[in-house]
Design a protein around this ligand. Structure first.
Ligand SMILES: Cc1ncc(COP(=O)(O)O)c(C=O)c1O
Length: 400
């Protein structure tokens, strides 16, 4: 009898962690490696939020809390949805968990039965398909095309929906492409959903505040109020507030769904960290001016990377609307051989050779379900980015 569950055999280990591990091994061997794999801002958590965490410790707010969040945080979440998204929710419609990841996981665990499908647009955040598999469901991948800036069209969404579809997972701005759907682009998708009342929407708005230029963020329940009753609007403090380690995510949606998610959480993690919850209250209710300052750095870095990579023969690099990633296509480089003799027959081979030969760690597109491409995180210093782009150019010029 196997010691491991049958479910586990359906899930693959994280490819992003594999890249980070190999980069670390090379560094330990004395190699100079630039990491472009980070999924988190390189900024510190703002002082006023850290201070709220310290105050919570000093005030003894260090005990178990209500399963899906203290009422002060639920109220702050309701105020946020009303202020930023024009969405009215009561605290009973709100769930708080240990990160955006646990919110999504709870929702999938609470709703999926064997044979039920979840439509996931590709390129996707690496965890979506595996979380669906862990919850016993079936991921249905709907590929978006680079020619459409990696955004799903209504026709592509329509083609992916079957009578077994339970959820669409929607993520804008996106990890890994940074693509953000405009109001009109999102409306075209919500129109499709109106024709399929059995499909619910899990909107992962984690990068809401990392939106640049004149891009205006929007979320499905806001764009189409008729979807309110079947949408779980998910968000968290990890990215915009540089709080990845505090582990606080939240969502709002129909009360029975929120109650079901609470049940899963009550039998797994009990509640999110009490101290982090108080820090998140301050994050949501406190000043937000640091976001604009951080975003100015992100825009500068995005432009630096898009221009440098876009100028390389064989690479096409769209300029995305948000997040801190770009997703250059390397279709023009497949079939070549690197200076070190590696055949570049896939984006995985490209990223492996780039790391081994020129010391740049980036994640290959197959990990995100759309090839041939790779993901660059620009949440690192301008100097590191300039040097990384120089190395990528040298690597590509060495291909023959
Ligand atoms: C699209 C997306 N959703 C959710 C998450 C999870 O965020 P958290 O760290 O709050 O669990 C991430 C983190 O990388 C993400 O990129």
């Amino acid at each position: 009898m196997s010691r491991l569950s049958a479910t586990l055999s359906r899930v693959k280990p994280s490819p992003t962690i594999a890249v980070t591990t190999r980069a670390q091994e090379l560094r330990e061997a004395g190699r100079d490696v630039i990491g472009l794999g980070a999924g988190e801002p390189d900024f510190d958590t703002p002082d006023h939020i850290r201070a709220a965490g310290i105050r919570a410790i000093e005030a003894g707010r260090t005990k178990y809390t209500a399963v899906d969040g203290i009422s002060e945080l639920k109220k702050a979440v309701c105020a946020k949805f009303s202020r930023d998204n024009g969405l009215d929710y009561s605290p009973a419609q709100v769930s708080v968990a240990s990160g955006g990841k646990q919110i999504l996981y709870n929702a999938l665990m609470a709703t999926l039965n064997p044979g039920e499908e979840v439509v996931i647009p590709a390129p996707y955040w690496v965890s979506y398909p595996d979380m669906v598999l862990l919850a016993g469901g079936t991921p249905v991948i709907a590929e978006a095309r680079p020619g459409n800036a990696y955004k799903l069209t209504p026709e592509e969404l329509e083609a992916a929906i079957t009578p077994h579809t339970k959820w669409l997972i929607f993520n804008s701005p996106s990890n890994p492409t940074g693509a953000g759907y405009s109001q009109a682009e999102l409306r075209a998708l919500t129109d499709v959903l109106l024709r399929h009342p059995h499909v619910w929407v899990m909107s992962d708005d984690m990068y809401e505040f990392l939106a640049y230029d004149d891009f205006e963020f929007c979320t499905p329940a806001e764009v189409e109020p008729k979807l309110y009753e079947r949408t779980l609007t998910c968000n968290g403090v990890s990215k915009a507030y540089a709080m990845t380690g505090w582990r606080i995510g939240y969502a709002a949606g129909p009360e029975p769904l929120i109650a079901a998610m609470r049940k899963i959480q009550s039998q797994s993690t009990s509640n999110p960290c009490s101290i982090s919850q108080w820090a998140a209250v301050e994050a949501l209710n406190g000043p937000h001016d640091f976001i604009a300052e951080n975003n100015a750095a992100f825009v500068r870095r995005r432009d630096l990377v898009v221009e440098a990579l876009g100028a390389i023969d064989g690479i096409t690099c769209p300029r995305p609307e948000g997040a801190f990633y770009v997703y250059p296509s390397i279709a023009g480089l497949i079939g070549k051989t690197s200076a070190g003799g590696a055949l570049i027959d896939s984006d995985e081979a490209f990223c492996t050779a780039l790391l081994e030969e020129n010391g740049v760690a980036a994640v290959f597109g197959a990990a995100f379900g759309l090839s041939p491409a790779f993901r660059v995180s620009y949440a690192t210093s301008d100097e590191a980015l300039s040097e990384a782009c120089r190395r990528i150019k040298a690597f590509c010029e060495g291909l023959h």
